[in-house]
Design a binder for this molecule. Sequence first.
Ligand code: UN1
Length: 497
Amino acid sequence: MIESIMQRLGVADTLYRDGDYPVTSPTDGGELGRVQLESGEQVQARIDRAQAAFEAWRRVPAPRRGELVRLFGEQLRRHKEDLGTLVTLECGKIYQEGLGEVQEMIDICDLAVGQSRQLYGLTIASERPGHHMRESWHPLGPIGLITAFNFPVAPWAWNAALALVCGNSLLWKPSEKTPLCALACQALLERAMAEFGDEAPKDLSQVIIGEREVGEHLTDDSRVPLISATGSTRMGREVAPRVAARFGRSILELGGNNAMVLAPSADLDMAVRAILFSAVGTAGQRCTTLRRLIVHESVRNEVLERVKKAYVGVSIGDPMAGNLVGPLIDAQAFDQMQSVLDKAREQGARVFGGERRLAEEYPDGYYVAPAIVEVDQQDELVRHETFAPILYVMSYQDFDEALALQNDVPQGLSSCVFTTDVREAEAFVSDVGSDCGIANVNIGPSGAEIGGAFGGEKETGGGRESGSDVWKSYMRRQTNTVNYSRELPLAQGIKFD
Ligand code: UN1
């Protein structure tokens, strides 16, 4: 199956079969291909070429650059099923979610096409006669993109679509667990470039397959003015100081520890459905996954009973076969989950689910029952993000206490409240409410649309990607003062003669 998909997506055999680094599918551990890891020198040569491509691309008018992204969006529409299948095979998320991820790419392309005609600056009143002031936005340079296994295509596209219309070239280091998805995106973009014609320089977009060391070449090179990195907080702690040491910019989208505050007035049917999708979807491996349920004590028992029933009914298995939960990415993710559950038990927490499933059928696939862990307090275990389907449950008595619990973790990505009390809803999204980058009312914390800015505070890294005015991050701002008079007045009324 993989051969025909890769062929339709336009990925040359040599790129994914002739290397010596095996790429396996989390669905059954089977080998999907073999890629070649790059060396530091190869990365340097790629940065040289990205710089040359940038110098040509920034001369192409922005709406024309938008046309390339429009053509790329068309390729994605045409190949949605194949790319969605590849996402499922390589990272293990269910096919519906693989399709959803490709749809996010299409959506951001549409947004970027419109944006390509709206890279607006300001005109500003000057205090001096015969002077104009304005703000202009200029292309930035080659943009370094580092992405994670769990969303192997969409976060790249959020960055790439905007960076391209803003006049930049791209250097993409995907997770070494999902290089085939990156090769496929690159092949589709190259097709769009071929349709677009000569104005698109050859090395406008490049994929760098490699391990950590390759990422370090990107983060350390001052020719790469912006690094946008998605991954763990641990990764961000390494990337951020390296980029800062050379005064580069970074967009960091790191760990989340996303909560739902569930109030007594909430529509419980809706809340239970939202919990199920956001806690067990993508097998708990979204950065926006619901990890903490802070439920009012008066509805706790009923909610827990209903959620547990839903957990028992959820189908776990082959992500291509209509199940709701696919495998974890690998054995290490499984071991981590088990060690966290063991610790929780040792500390006296009540653990429901969490056991391995389908081990006989798939000895090399790590399927698990999603877990619910009832805790009495928000201790270190709860405050830490474990990238697996573990939902911690705590109860509260008054709303302020719930808000305090929501905010009392190191991460600040996403959050939500389920309530029909307008005071609680508004308080949650107020200045003194949730401290996260995303705060929702009556929807879960995951599954954001691309129109808003996506990202979070505190250890989530502070970066924003995707919609709103995020395009500005991929450009450099310039303040212009133009004197069209025959005098040379100084600002602040200074006399200098
Ligand atoms: C991620 O897990 O890195 O909001 C991104 C969501 C998706 C993006 C998740 N739109 O869940």
